[in-house]
Design a protein around this ligand. Structure first.
Ligand SMILES: Nc1ncnc2c1ncn2[C@@H]1O[C@H](COP(=O)(O)OP(=O)(O)OP(=O)(O)O)[C@@H](O)[C@H]1O
Length: 673
């Protein structure tokens, strides 16, 4: 964003500049009073003293006690932003970084993007005057590649550390190094020491304390308002049904106030949204004032932020959310939370390269965070759709993501920072040796590492600079040689977002029929290319018909928009790397050969019985029903994803000639004798 440019209001509750001065000052006064009443307000002095005394401080406080919004302002007041230094506050999620920045700007009575700003992928709302910067932990990790000492920051606050995302874990490890390097005046530069604050409401402080050599932990006692926790008497048979019934029970029996419902994924959310809308049609006029809204990660930011806007007068909002709304954020007006007790969790089996997406029980820490979305502005209620005895049996916390994900990206990042001993690296929780070895081997085969496991030049360096899965980065580097970079940029952008197409359950047939004109016999990658190109032509004509076009073709408009943003960002990256973005025109053969050379570790061959064998792992797999190749079943394909749901499926496929593999990747494949 251009310096100083103003950002739209996310929360829709910024003072209207045209409103009378009196109302503005009333609002300011209200905010000031509210801030004073927060539990953290009474310990400002003590917290600042602790930060001054300790290089690493762990702060644990109840949800809503004011950690995230107040601590940055305390630090600003205490002088940590003097000499043009910044305080950086990281969040695991984009939506939290944006909405908290807006709240802190409002409380500080400054324009967003000036003293208080945020930086997330695709959206930089900071300026040269920014002193308090909210960002995702992934964003700070990338910044550390450019500025290894993070020299512009005096303090980094890592918020919601209990989530233990892979980015949080790697960031904490790097920050430990940065602190040491800054103390020892590394790289001949004099940089003042870096303070690190780790925060959460549901943190096992001992893990972090030990990791940082006995770091001090302080507790902020108290929460703003009481929350009633209600459990079911017996386990429910179907939590989606139970959630639906609870929404209407609250709507008819409880005092006014909005409802936040935690479900597991987009499909579930859409189905409850539909059910709610249908039921509302049958209700008498005066009982219909319920407004369903949805929020999940595949929605573009501007749609996600709709949940923050107040409901029209007399209406009650019911927000159907995934765990994206579980931590950090305050959605004004929420008085009731419904916790299904379930979440979708990703795991990865490195030996087979297979991802699993399972619906699993939440941990106690997650249940606590969910109930913590109420009781922030007023007393609230949390309806847990499971009995109390089931709650007691839940795991305390979720398994750290680093122990259940593909490590290629992490390793590439560490290598780019000059860290070569990955097995000996000081992770908070060490990933298994097998997972590390597998990722190292994969990176070597993809050309990112040399045979002595050093970052390969230039390919490995280029791959580490691209904010992408290493397979996609390789595809872009090769596409530069195959003269199909334009097509590959689109492909990678489309593959980087969640489900471009949506198939509503009751309209599955209609959805598939409406999309047949995009379908390409060679596979899904070319099909995505057609969708993108058609949307390009449409945008050139008229922007406002895009939504309708998406609806008619069952294209997920949110995902398409994200893909278009991703395209622009990656294009900028590759251009900065000196690549010339050329197109292969109609020569799709070269494009498919490029895909084969890029995804050669994800190739599968048809078997006599119509199933496929993944050449790398030897696993028997099936073409996913959403693929355009589901019926034609070509002899050999490359795929993007290997995922286990009801069966082992391969998704996003393109037909290739198996002889290409030996020709294009002779170091890995040999021609059959
Ligand atoms: N956007 C907002 N609109 C209205 N009130 C808000 C908003 N953001 C924060 N608040 C108020 O400020 C309080 C403190 O919020 P803050 O996010 O700092 O708490 P926290 O301790 O970090 O909570 P959590 O552990 O859930 O992240 C909330 O309880 C709420 O009363």
């Amino acid at each position: 964003m251009a310096q100083g440019e103003l950002k739209r209001s996310l929360l829709n509750n910024n003072p209207n500049p045209k409103s009378p001065i009196a109302s503005r000052s009333r609002k300011r006064q209200k905010i000031a009073e509210h801030r004073k009443s927060l539990p953290i307000a009474s310990v400002e002095k003590r917290l600042i003293e602790e930060v001054q005394k300790n290089d690493v401080l762990i702060i644990i406080g109840e949800t809503g006690s004011g950690k995230t919004t107040q601590l940055p302002q305390f630090l600003f007041r205490a002088g940590f932003c003097k000499k043009r230094k910044m305080v950086g506050i990281t969040q695991p999620r984009r939506i939290a970084a944006m909405s908290i920045a807006e709240r802190v700007a409002e409380e500080s009575d400054v324009e967003l993007g000036q003293r208080v700003g945020y930086s997330i992928r695709f959206d930089d709302c900071t300026s040269s005057t920014t002193r308090l910067k909210l960002m995702t932990d992934g964003f700070l990790l990338r910044e550390a590649l450019v500025d290894p000492l993070l020299s512009r920051y005096s303090v980094i606050v890592v918020d919601e550390a209990h989530e233990r995302t892979v980015d949080t874990d790697v960031l904490l490890a790097l920050l430990k190094d940065v602190q040491r390097d800054r103390l020892s005046g590394c790289q001949g530069r004099k940089v003042s020491p870096l303070k690190l604050i780790i925060m959460s409401a549901s943190l096992d402080a001992s893990v972090f304390s030990e990791y940082f050599g006995g770091a001090k932990a302080v507790r902020v006692e108290g929460r703003p308002f009481h929350v009633d926790i209600l459990y079911t008497v017996r386990p429910v048979e179907d939590y989606v049904d139970a959630a639906f019934n609870t929404i209407f029970q609250i709507h008819s029996e409880e005092e006014p106030g909005d409802i936040l419902v935690f479900l597991t994924g987009q499909e579930e959310i859409e189905s409850v949204e539909r059910l709610v809308k249908e039921k509302l049609k049958d209700l008498p006029e005066d009982e219909r004032k319920l407004l369903p809204l949805v929020i999940y990660s595949a929605l573009p930011s501007e749609k996600q932020t709709r949940v923050f806007a107040p409901a029209p007068t007399g209406f009650r909002k019911v927000i159907l959310a995934t765990n994206i709304a579980e931590t950090s954020i305050t959605i004004p007006g929420i008085r009731y939370v419904i916790d299904s007790g379930f979440v979708k969790a990703r795991t990865y089996d490195p030996s087979k390269g297979i991802k699993t997406l399972d619906v699993v029980e939440v941990s106690k820490a997650q249940a606590l965070q969910r109930s913590g979305r109420v009781g922030r502005e007023a007393p609230g209620k949390c309806f847990r759709l499971y009995p109390e005895r089931e709650f007691e049996k839940l795991k305390d916390s979720t398994k750290p993501e680093i122990k259940r994900c593909n490590l290629s990206n992490v390793i590439l990042h560490l290598k780019a920072r000059g860290i070569d001993d990955i097995v000996g690296f000081d992770f908070i929780d060490k990933p298994s040796r097998g997972a590390i070895v597998k990722a190292l081997a994969e990176l070597y085969l993809l050309g990112a590492l040399t045979d002595d496991c050093k970052l390969a030049k230039p390919a490995g360096e280029q791959m580490s600079r691209l904010p992408l899965d290493p397979f996609y980065s390789r595809a872009l580097i090769l596409a530069n040689q195959f003269n199909c970079l334009e097509e590959m940029l689109i492909t990678v952008a489309m593959l980087s977002v969640e489900s471009i197409f949506y198939d509503p359950l009751e309209k599955r047939e209609e959805a598939r029929n409406s999309r047949t004109h995009f379908a390409n016999v060679e596979g899904d990658h070319l099909t995505y290319l057609s969708v993108y190109r058609e949307s390009d032509e449409l945008l050139e004509k008229r922007n406002n018909i895009m939504e309708k076009w998406c609806k008619d073709n069952f294209v997920n408009s949110g995902s398409l928009k994200l893909a278009r943003d991703t395209y622009r960002e990656i294009r900028e990256h590759v251009e900065q790397m000196g690549f010339n973005v050329s197109s292969c025109g109609n020569d799709m053969l070269e494009y498919r050969r490029c895909l084969a050379a890029s995804f050669f570790l994800k190739a599968a061959q048809r078997q006599m019985d119509g199933t496929y064998r993944a050449l790398e792992s030897g696993e028997i797999v099936h073409i996913h029903p959403t693929s355009v190749l589901f019926h034609s079943k070509p002899e050999c394909v490359i795929f993007d994803e290997f995922i286990q749901t009801s069966k082992k499926y391969i998704k996003n496929l393109t037909r290739i000639d198996h002889l290409w593999l030996a020709e294009l990747v002779p170091h890995h494949y040999k021609i059959d004798e």
